[in-house]
Design a protein around this ligand. Sequence first.
Ligand code: ZN
Length: 203
Amino acid sequence: MKAKAVVQMMTPKREEGTIASHMESVLRKLGEDTDREGLLRTPERSEKALKFLTSGYDVNLQDIVNGALFQVKHDEMVIVKDIEFYSLCEHHMLPFFGKVHVAYLPNEKVIGLSKIPRIVDAFARRLQVQERLTQDVAQAIGEITKPRGVGVIIEARHFCMMMRGVEKQESSTVTSAMLGAFRSQRATREEFLSLVRHNSLSR
Ligand SMILES: [Zn+2]
């Protein structure tokens, strides 16, 4: 007969120095009783969540692209709008989230469209500031496709603004990065802006 697993409500043994063991200390410092039922596995869940939310550091861009670069003759603007993202602000380790709009002017090469959201995730799943995330995505698209220009706009809301201190729940922050033709040619920039303009988090 197989032994039945006994479910016991007790604090799991934690290896010292793990994120989970530190999270247990944090909870105690916050005045919590880490032996109460709801918190028993919280340090482990928290560790797992934090590792996932920072898993972008381990991502290799070439692995994402994985050969999905295609020769093209056209040179019309490629635009992927409304890419959802979730990141953690590096100042408070609280979420910020919103939408990314990516556009580029191909120079003989285009990247598979599904790869662009994955590139966004790779940089969003780190401790970030919105401005750097915007630049990181633009630089990556630039390095991979060697286009004539790249434009990236991010509209985001920050929990550190919404939940604490100033409590500006309705405010959103918009950042942009314009490289190559998107920087030097007003018409290109405006084409991109007009294509994303009607998008808004407050919609
Ligand atoms: Zn913050």
